[in-house]
Write a protein that binds this ligand. Structure first.
Ligand SMILES: [Zn+2]
Length: 468
């Protein structure tokens, strides 16, 4: 899920509150779909994504999609972690398809900890409450609803529009539908580009949307085990050569090492535009660094912000530690886990070699641990993709412009990017400054954000589908 990137950015000009009906017939049909999806528990290992995918399939078929337009999938080892792909064929054989991606699994939520039942959608105080109302079932429901509306309206896109709803995004190591589709059904999901979560809007918490961003690129990660070994012995006769101290020296060197500053076209624009919008000391330093990534004074200021510090470089940090076998014995072994968040475009082997160089001690072994994630360059700031977002954001939120940004974390874009489908986290639905309880308690999303976001996303898909 997206980080709140634009917190602290002053409004560029307050957009007038958009009048949103909630009783249009098309909105009522959407609400029923969205509610059913939120109320279907899709926590991996507890609920069933396969069931949610079947409900979606039933609605697509009721809207006129043929069996041949729909592929439900799951694997025998994970029967409840399935998903669905649906296709609305385009009229222009030369136009490349586009892909709408969303995950339908959610993070666990315990009834006892929540104020309301997390798997009942409750509307209260202008918000929808429930697990997944924001991450990522609003998007999944809106994508599905868009395909249903297209069919019902008899709309014929030039470009083929594909929908993929998948499971496993929220649980590391779970069966991941996007990864599986990329590896096993590449042709089925083939697309010139894909749209998914990760971007979005920010409100000031008082009903005004103050920023909209598109996520273009993300870091990948790798875990490395550092290990030292030693013959050990009795602790009453210590020697200089000690597995724990040797490991400690290696960790200190990693601690003191800073990976060099790097920027993509996207992060340059983000630092320049978000920096200018802030206007404070940090904002000025951001803009200065975008203009000259070698500006050390600007970098020193930017480094004080933990998100920005990680956004301009690879980072590696110690996260686990073990060593020794008895209080009165010299250690025979010591180990640590180093978690690296790798800037786009660097092979994982290159980061391993850099760690070995920084440690400078062949007695410390560095081993990459599974899972091995793909390392891909960031997608381009393609005007064909970004242009319609800019145009529609200016229309929906006059005075706001879309700021592209790169994530320090990762989404399913990592798997699509690995098979050559550039994937973008779209603007649209907005969140509050407190993060809306995503992954936490009492997850919620503004009712207005869902309905306005839905209209925006419908228009956005149509903009791409009309003009390949
Ligand atoms: Zn998510």
């Amino acid at each position: 899920m997206r980080a709140v990137l634009l917190a602290g950015i002053a409004a560029l000009g307050l957009a007038p509150a958009i009048a949103e009906a909630q009783d249009r017939p098309d909105q009522k049909a959407f609400f029923s779909l969205y509610k059913e999806l939120v109320e279907t528990n899709t926590v991996v290992g507890v609920g069933s994504c396969t069931r949610a995918a079947a409900q979606i399939t039933a609605r697509l078929k009721a809207a006129g999609y043929a069996d041949s337009d729909i592929t439900q999938f799951s694997v025998p080892e994970h029967p409840e972690d399935g998903g669905v792909v649906a296709i609305l064929k385009g009229s222009d054989a030369n136009a490349k398809p586009m892909l709408l991606l969303a995950h339908i699994d959610v993070v666990e939520a315990k009834r006892a900890d929540w104020e309301r039942d997390p798997f009942k959608m409750v509307e209260e105080n202008g918000y929808f409450y429930g697990r997944g109302t924001l991450d990522d079932k609003a998007q999944a429901a809106i994508w599905t609803d868009t395909l249903i509306r297209f069919r019902k309206e008899g709309y014929k896109p030039k470009r083929t529009v594909k929908l993929a709803l998948t499971c496993g995004e929220e649980t590391n190591g779970a069966f991941n539908g996007a990864e599986w589709l990329a590896a096993n059904k590449r042709d089925l999901i083939d697309a010139e580009f894909a749209l998914e979560e990760g971007g979005g809007g920010d409100s000031d918490g008082k009903g005004h949307v103050i920023g909209q961003s598109v996520q273009v690129g993300e870091k990948t990660f790798a875990n490395f085990r550092l290990e030292t070994r030693n013959a050990g012995g009795h602790s009453s006769v210590p020697v200089r050569d000690n597995a724990i101290y040797q490991l400690a020296r290696a960790l200190t060197r990693i601690d003191e090492y800073e990976f060099p500053v790097e920027m993509t076209d996207t992060t340059k624009r983000f630092f320049s535009e978000a920096g200018a919008a802030r206007g404070d000391e940090m904002g000025k330093a951001m803009a200065a660094l975008a203009a000259d990534p070698a500006d050390k004074a600007a970098e020193a200021i930017v480094n004080k912000d933990r998100f920005l510090h990680g956004n301009i470089r690879t980072t590696c940090v110690a996260t686990l530690l073990d060593g020794g076998h008895a209080p009165n014995a010299l250690p025979q072994r010591a180990g640590a886990n180093i978690n690296c968040r790798i800037f786009p475009g660097h092979p994982i082997e290159e980061i391993k070699a850099e760690l070995e160089k920084v440690i400078g001690d062949p007695g410390v072994t560095v081993t990459q641990l599974p899972p091995k994630r793909p390392a891909r360059p960031a997608p381009p700031l393609d005007p064909k993709v970004i242009g319609p977002m800019e145009r529609l954001v200016a229309l929906y939120w006059p005075g706001l412009k879309v700021i592209p940004s790169m994530a320090n974390g990762y989404t399913d874009a990592t798997f699509l990017g690995a098979v050559g489908i550039p994937t973008y986290g779209i603007p649209g639905i907005w969140g509050d400054p407190d993060g809306n309880g995503v992954h936490g308690l009492n997850e919620r999303v503004e009712v207005k954000a869902v309905y306005v976001g839905r209209d925006f996303m419908y228009d956005l898909v149509k903009a791409y589908a009309d003009k390949p």
